[in-house]
Design a protein around this ligand. Structure first.
Ligand SMILES: [Zn+2]
Length: 83
């Protein structure tokens, strides 16, 4: 029985699909998250949808609330190209 290792497929389609998807989305890209806003009284009344938003990142975690609270989308998040 002659073995034919050269005949093996080197690119399994099912296994490569996941890695391709990851390679096109670098970890430094912004991540979209469920809407959240700050309940700090002096903060602007806006909500955020990106974890990487500079304004949203300044909200202390205990002050973050999920949802929009009826606030408009913040300017930084609105400027994100991935919206
Ligand atoms: Zn924002």
């Amino acid at each position: 029985m002659p073995l034919a290792p050269n005949g093996l497929k080197e690119e399994p389609i099912g296994a490569s699909s996941d890695s391709v998807e990851l390679s096109t989305w670098t970890e430094s890209e912004v991540m979209r998250v469920p809407p959240y806003y700050s309940n700090v009284p002096n903060d602007p009344e806006v909500h955020h949808v990106f974890s990487d938003c500079l304004v949203g990142q300044r909200i202390p975690f205990p002050r973050r609330r999920s949802g929009t609270n009826g606030h408009p989308l913040c300017d930084e998040c609105a400027a994100m190209p991935f919206l």
